[in-house]
Design a protein around this ligand. Sequence first.
Ligand code: AMP
Ligand code: ZN
Length: 474
Amino acid sequence: MDLKLYDTLTREKRVFRPLDPSNVRMYVCGPTVYDFAHIGNARPVIVFDVLFRFLRHVYGADHVTYVRNITDVDDKINARAAEEFPTLPLNEAIRKVTEKTDRQFHDDVAALGCLPPTHEPRATEHITEMRVLIDRLVKSGNAYVAEDNVLFSVASMPDYGRLSRRSLDEMIAGARVEVAPYKRDPMDFVLWKPSKQEAGSAAGATGKANKSEPAWPSPAGIKTPGRPGWHIECSAMSWKFLGETFDIHGGGIDLVFPHHENEIAQSRCAFHTPVMANYWMHNGFLQVEGEKMAKSAGNFVTIRELLKDWPGEAVRLTMLQTHYRQPINWTVAGLREAQTTLDHWYALTGGAAPGLLCADTIDALADDLNTPRALVALHELRGEAAKGAKPAAASLKASAGLLGLLQSTSEQWQACRLASTDIDERKVVGLIEARNAARKSRDFKESDRIRDELAKMGVVLKDTKDGTTWEVAR
Ligand code: AMP
Ligand code: ZN
């Protein structure tokens, strides 16, 4: 079996050949931690988790290194910290915001069934590596110092723009470039910038919180303390954990330009390499009920809110119904359908130990992570399992596992389904027993009445030859 992946850089689906099959290396841009992650942010996390699982399946669990960074230095973080903790020194407020958001993010993505990456480096813990890269770029003539900023000189790299395939004019229009008098070229981007420092630091001295921005010793001989630009973070952390060139770099399609274009420029010029990563993979965007998700549109959905009403696996399955490169239209109807599917799968695979992996599922995933096709294969297994084929049920369990699904026991699934409703499980069990007793004494009027009562509570009964089971209706 050949794994094929679509590479944004060459615009083609190619057979994946790792640089080193004993250590397949993947980097994915992670979250900026200042607020709850939304359902759009969940998409790259789930998509690349499926790829991580599949690479582990193909190359062995110990032969894949997956790095997903945490951006914990950013203007948005500073603004949120000042707003949320106005009386604290800014640096302390920032720490509170980033630590809390980081915890929330990890809880959320764990509930979506995502494995922890091998490394999750934080930007603020890799400032030294960033400074080393910046010094190199200045030395090689790819970057210059201007008014205590360090800027990357786009003109110094003849093939800048290859990933996004845009002309310089298009890039200028698209990037909403910051026009600054000290830039040699409007496209030049920031590698390092000065941090605003407030005189008379300590909070106690003036009775007011110190508003100084986070600051570190600057590179390139700049005397005033500063902080890194966003793009340099990923070049530094991917270098540290994966080396100068690695196999796969991923993220959402919005990151192609300018973020990934600029990462490529930095890393290739710093290391004098022809490529940064051999495969660039980008997930499509997610819209909610046909519209762009935005706080102002009132359709902004956080992962946390969704998990109050839906099991994490239902969210995950909904996401995987669409191929990762296509846009997703996120709907409640889609979630409901995914949940019903999982109800059936859990009911059928209840006591089954994982069996053989289904070849069609593997083939579909090997074809540029075609999850919708992989799911069709699982539905076929479901059909066979429903007819009583035990190996099909066992294979369904194992193959769904490759997608990070059916990871709970049936009991856990039922409990999770119940938690998102107001149904009292003990009452349901009591009513089912009463109904069984009524049926035994051939009091069908009473047994029908109980069935109706349960239906009103949102419980659907299923009578099988092994007894009565029940599910939560939606
Ligand atoms: P951010 O925290 O905005 O930098 O985003 C973190 C990750 O989520 C990046 O890989 C983005 O490309 C991705 N992302 C953000 N919004 C969406 C969306 N609506 N649909 C899909 N991916 C998204
Ligand atoms: Zn990045």
